[in-house]
Design a protein. Structure first.
Length: 277
């Protein structure tokens, strides 16, 4: 994948991956997200730069993102557990419908061309950008039970929409749990645990589908690029722990606004790129 690049280009790619991994890991722990909203656009452009076939470049970014989210979500969940901020009763029941959604969402994602995935990702990212920019902190009511119909609908949609985006679903699940009265730290911690399920199923699905399609990308397992995975993992897992600890003592609203601005810029750039396909 790097054979056609000179030394300076390779150094640039490695530096970009390292810097990206720091931000991805911290945001994963801080917001209870897998980091895919940051990671997928970066990997998309890096893989494009390194010559991955255009027909599969977005699929490769999504599959690799899922693989990196797996250990991130584990570290984040364990850290939140120390603060008693993970409700496993929700994970067990909500997670069943999330898994069903991820399986079907992965099938849907693989059936799309790169341009279709870019458009889908850009639209959803713009929605999330608006959410983070206008979100207001509210006093949470007392936590109330999430009845079965909401678990089925919200769980399925969370999984189904996360699959074509390569994300851990925290941007869906954290607001849902807040809406039902759960404190923000519990909403984030529980979302991180559910993110593990989404990432695991998503990574397996993209690895199998890429292998079945016999894509020709060196050092990759289906749509998962192994060198990228190995570069990101030690950095993101370390930073995820720091992010998860920081959320319990930092101004989350300010970080949310900054994150929203980042997502808005990414969405606009991807919209522009979509029309260039």
């Amino acid at each position: 994948m790097l054979e056609n690049l000179d030394q300076n280009q390779i150094i640039f790619i490695l530096a970009a991956m390292t810097a990206s991994a720091v931000v991805v890991g911290f945001m994963a722990g801080f917001f209870g997200i897998g980091g895919g909203l940051i990671m997928v656009p970066i990997l998309f452009y890096l893989f494009s730069f390194t010559g991955v076939e255009q027909a599969f470049v977005m699929h490769m970014a999504i599959g690799t993102s899922f693989s990196i989210i797996i250990p991130n979500s584990i570290i984040s969940t364990i850290t939140h557990m120390k603060f008693k901020a993970v409700d496993f009763s929700i994970v067990k029941t909500f997670g069943v419908f999330v898994v069903i959604g991820v399986v079907l969402g992965t099938v849907f994602a693989v059936s799309l061309k790169t341009s279709g995935l870019v458009l889908f990702f850009s639209i959803m990212t713009m929605i999330f950008a608006i959410y983070f920019l206008i979100e207001k902190e509210k006093m949470n009511p007392a936590p109330r039970k999430i009845n079965l119909i909401y678990r089925v609908i919200c769980g399925f949609l969370s999984g189904f929409l996360s699959a074509p985006m390569g994300i851990g679903g925290g941007v869906f699940n954290t607001p849902i749990f807040k809406m039902f009265g759960y404190p923000i730290n519990v909403a984030i911690g529980t979302s991180a645990a559910i993110g593990f399920l989404i990432a695991l199923i998503g990574a397996v699905g993209f690895a199998i589908s890429g292998t079945y399609l016999n894509i020709n990308v060196p050092l990759s397992l289906g749509f998962i690029n192994i060198p990228t995975f190995l570069i990101f993992i030690p950095i993101t897992t370390f930073m995820a722990k720091i992010g998860a600890e920081t959320v319990h003592k930092f101004n989350k609203r300010l970080i949310g606004r900054i994150f929203g601005i980042y997502l808005f810029i990414v969405a606009c750039k991807l919209f522009y790129d979509y029309f260039s396909f």
